[in-house]
Design a protein around this ligand. Structure first.
Ligand code: CO
Length: 295
């Protein structure tokens, strides 16, 4: 990999790590999700990046894809299982990293299970090696705690301005898929005391440009131009758009998604209402080395 490119992946990783750690510090009982999200976005920019996606602050049985709404009133309570999933973008080079904490308390077994699964998974990665070996390590570790891995969430490849390519399962599914000899991936075990399957809720707070199409509405065209210029192909928060264009943009975003211009990331919940914990790092594979960029 070119030196300059490698440095940008590493910088995006360092920023992601700092922002994740800052999130852990901010997450106290009585703190609002909205103020934490805004602080994390500000921090990302102060450190020289932009958010690779809106900070995901998912609580208890919400597994992923929740970012606060414009006037979100959710306040953290002691004992909440909070997943902080953040990432930075530096000139299109990305990081994606997550930690779980129990608000106001020490880590419990659920948190430890996903954390240990991630550590062991990282140690199992070999450049060009089989991904299923890593999937198996994740599954075994989480099951050894008596919990279930979430089977329909998993790791993924990262590319320039491309947050999700491919799927690295959190359970062994066999197959001969291999890690790249050179490239960037994210590993993200999810552990739950439910059955281990997430379903989409009707709530959507995160979207992404899918296809720029001709639409009749003037605001629709304006929103599409803005989104493509500001976020390119990276996910963005509905909140960011409504803060800029006003509440009227909410309906317009919905029509743009019905028209096939935007992709919606629905909030994902564990189907049995189980508590969910997650741990995630970004990993650079280059020149025979496996480097965790977000540690
Ligand atoms: Co990820």
């Amino acid at each position: 990999m070119e030196h300059e490119e490698r440095e940008k992946w590493l910088l995006a990783g360092r920023i992601g790590k700092e922002v994740r750690e800052y999130g852990i510090k901010l997450a106290r009982p009585g703190e609002s999700l909205l103020s934490i999200a805004k602080e994390l976005e500000k921090k990302t920019k102060e450190l020289g990046g932009i958010p690779a996606f809106p900070p995901n602050l998912s609580v208890n049985s919400v597994a992923a894809h929740y970012t606060p709404k414009v006037s979100d009133e959710t306040v953290l309570k002691e004992g909440d299982v909070l997943k902080i999933d953040v990432g930075a973008c530096v000139d299109g080079f990305l990081s994606d990293t997550a930690s779980t904490l129990i608000v106001g308390k020490n880590d419990d077994r659920l948190v430890r299970s996903s954390k240990e699964a991630l550590e062991k998974a990282i140690n199992s990665i070999k450049p060009g090696g089989y991904t299923d070996e890593t999937s198996n390590v994740i599954e075994e570790t989480i099951r050894s705690y008596g919990f279930s891995p979430v089977v329909n969430l998993g790791g993924h490849g990262l590319g320039r301005y491309d947050l999700h390519s491919g799927f690295i399962s959190n359970v062994s599914i066999g197959g001969s898929k291999r890690f790249p000899e050179e490239g960037v991936i994210a590993i993200e075990p999810f552990s739950t005391n439910g059955g281990g399957y997430v379903i989409e809720s009707s709530d959507v707070q995160i979207m992404m440009l899918k296809a720029k199409k001709a639409v009749r509405s003037r605001l629709g065209r304006e929103l599409m131009d803005f989104v493509s210029k500001e976020y390119a192909t990276l996910p963005f928060a509905k909140r960011w758009i409504i803060e800029r264009f006003g509440q009227i943009a909410d309906m317009e975003l919905r029509s743009l998604s019905s028209a096939g211009c935007l992709h919606e990331f629905a909030v994902l919940k564990e189907k049995d209402g189980g508590l969910v914990s997650q741990a995630e790092h970004t990993i650079l594979i280059d020149n025979g080395e496996v480097i965790v960029t977000t540690i």
